[in-house]
Structure formats: structure tokens, C-alpha cells
Design a protein around this ligand. Structure first.
Ligand code: NAP
Length: 265
């Protein structure tokens, strides 16, 4: 049953839902290059203040922040190894002490240490799980405390299609990325009552340094499986993240969004 009053209420709801992130503050882990960089830049273009996290490449992170500031945006840089709980907590503290709040967390930092199962070293397993999975946990736990008090939040975890369909030579990476899917759904259930949405984005084959180092034969094989016939660009993943961070995505939580040009169909 809907009356005229309800209709205008719905209309108001539609009009007030905006893509702009003017009052929002975001932390993007691993934002010195690749997908994280594009996400930070896109969030800043939408109006958010952004903390650019990195672990080793300070010059790259500073350049990303400088670019955002030169375009009239707000950005600060913070070094933290997200696999370390103390450093992840310090990253969140930095966002709050610098900008006064934290609304959006993008768990993007990731590494690969590929190898076939029988040859995979303990340290390669531990490093990938530590950064890609535990890093997201470390950051989300610290950020959720802030978001719960504010009764608004967005946590977006960058998973991978490899976490959904697997990939030979990437048991550690696939396990971490699949782990992020379960983590996303569990935390979405925990935080929903506080108006915090938690979603995962699962990219396919995106043009970054991570994929540039793949052997040419593997690249060719991957590209042949992409329905749209080309690699994805970091900016295309960033567009989806900005949407999920915005008010427009306020009723979406616990979901995994594949963005792979149809590769894993
Ligand atoms: P990338 O170009 O290799 O960049 C990785 C980023 O993560 C860098 O900013 C790096 O910082 C940061 N990082 C690494 N270890 C870190 C740590 N311990 N703490 C904090 N930051 C750390 O990777 P990408 O291709 O953009 O990938 C970004 C995310 O998307 C990853 O989670 C990846 O698994 C995922 N993904 C990528 C693809 C793809 O095709 N490229 C596909 C699916 C999913 P420094 O610069 O300081 O080293």
C-alpha cells in the first residue's frame, strides 16, 4: 500500500542519495600505486579526504598525495605495514587525529608470492595471508570502533576472482582472497545494525605492476579468457569502489562484486 505521502518520501530518499563524498574521510591501504592509487584518487575526486597508506614506496605515496592536493583535494600519507596490528591501528588513529573522523576503509594492500603447492615455502604462505587477509582484519577491527560510534561506515575489501575460482600456483593468494569473502560476510552481519556496510570487490586481470610481472605466456592465456577482450584499468575498479562508498550503495552489504570483463563467467 502506498499513498501520496509515502511516494514523496521515497522521492526525497532518491534525491538525497548522492555520489558525492564531500564530508567523508577514507583510508586506502596500499595506495602508493596500482588499484589503491586509482581508488584514492577517485575518492578524492568525489570529495573525500584520503589517507594514502603504503609500506615501502614513500616517494610514490607522496606523489599520489601531491597530485590529489594539486587538484584541490585533501590527502595525507601514512606508512604502515597492515599485517602488523599495531601499525594498522596507528594508521586508523592517524586518520582520526588528522581529519577528525573515519568513514570509509578500503582494504586494498596485497602481495603475491606465487608457487606450486609442493614447492611453496612457509614464509610465502604466511606473508600472503598476513598482508592480504590479516591486514584487512587488522584495519577493519581498528576502523570499526570509530565507525560504530558514528553509526555510519563503509568497509570495502579488495578480493580477487582468484579467490572465487582458484588459480594454479596461487594457493596462498586464493586462500587469502577467498578468506576475505567470508570475512566480508561475517563482518557485514556484525556491523549492519550500526549502519556500516561491508562489501568485497573481486577484480579479474587489471593493468598494474602486480600483473606486469607475469610471464608473457600466462598474460596471453589470461587475456584470451576475457569476454571484453582487454585488461581492466585500475580506474575501472575505482569507479565501483566509489559507488560502494557512496550513499547510493546504502542498502548493499555482505556482497562480492566481480569486475573482470567477463573473465570468470
Ligand atoms: P600493486 O600494484 O602491487 O600495489 C600493491 C600496493 O600494496 C602498493 O601500494 C604496496 O605499497 C601496498 N602494500 C604491499 N604490502 C603492504 C603492506 N604490508 N602494508 C601496506 N601496504 C602494502 O597491486 P595492485 O595490482 O594494485 O593490487 C591491489 C589489490 O588488488 C591487491 O589486494 C590485489 O591482490 C588486488 N587485485 C589485483 C588484481 C590485478 O589484476 N592487478 C586482480 C585482483 C585483485 P608499496 O608501494 O609501499 O610497496
Amino acid at each position: 500500500m502506498s499513498g501520496p505521502g509515502q511516494e514523496s518520501c521515497l522521492l526525497r530518499g532518491r534525491e538525497s542519495a548522492k555520489m558525492n563524498l564531500n564530508d567523508r574521510i577514507a583510508v586506502v591501504t596500499g595506495a602508493s600505486r596500482g588499484i589503491g592509487r586509482a581508488v584514492a584518487e577517485a575518492l578524492a575526486r568525489a570529495g573525500a579526504g584520503v589517507v594514502i597508506n603504503y609500506t615501502s614506496r614513500a616517494d610514490d605515496a607522496v606523489a599520489v598525495a601531491a597530485g590529489i592536493k594539486a587538484s584541490g583535494g585533501r590527502a595525507e600519507v601514512f606508512q604502515a605495514d597492515v599485517s602488523r596490528p599495531d601499525q594498522a591501528a596507528a594508521l586508523v588513529d592517524f586518520a582520526v587525529s588528522t581529519f577528525g573522523r573515519l568513514d570509509i576503509l578500503v582494504n586494498n594492500a596485497g602481495i603475491t608470492r606465487d608457487g606450486l603447492l609442493l614447492r611453496m615455502k612457509d614464509e610465502d604462505w604466511d606473508a600472503v595471508i598476513g598482508v592480504n587477509l590479516k591486514g584487512a582484519f587488522n584495519c577493519a577491527r581498528a576502523a570499526a570502533r570509530i565507525m560504530m560510534k558514528a553509526r555510519w561506515g563503509r568497509i570495502i575489501n579488495i578480493s580477487s576472482v582468484v579467490g572465487l575460482v582458484g588459480n594454479a600456483g596461487q594457493a596462498n593468494y586464493a586462500a587469502a582472497k577467498a578468506g576475505l569473502v567470508g570475512f566480508t560476510k561475517a563482518v557485514a552481519r556484525e556491523l549492519g545494525s550500526r549502519n556500516i556496510t561491508v562489501n568485497a570487490v573481486a577484480p579479474g586481470y587489471i593493468r598494474t605492476e602486480m600483473t606486469a610481472s607475469l610471464p608473457e605466456a600466462v598474460k596471453k592465456q589470461l587475456q584470451e579468457r576475457i569476454v571484453l577482450g582487454r585488461l581492466g584499468e585500475p580506474e575501472e575498479v575505482a569507479n565501483l569502489v566509489v559507488f560502494l562508498a557512496s550513499d547510493l550503495a546504502g542498502y548493499i552489504t555482505g556482497q562480492v562484486f566481480v569486475i573482470d570483463g567477463g573473465m570468470a563467467l
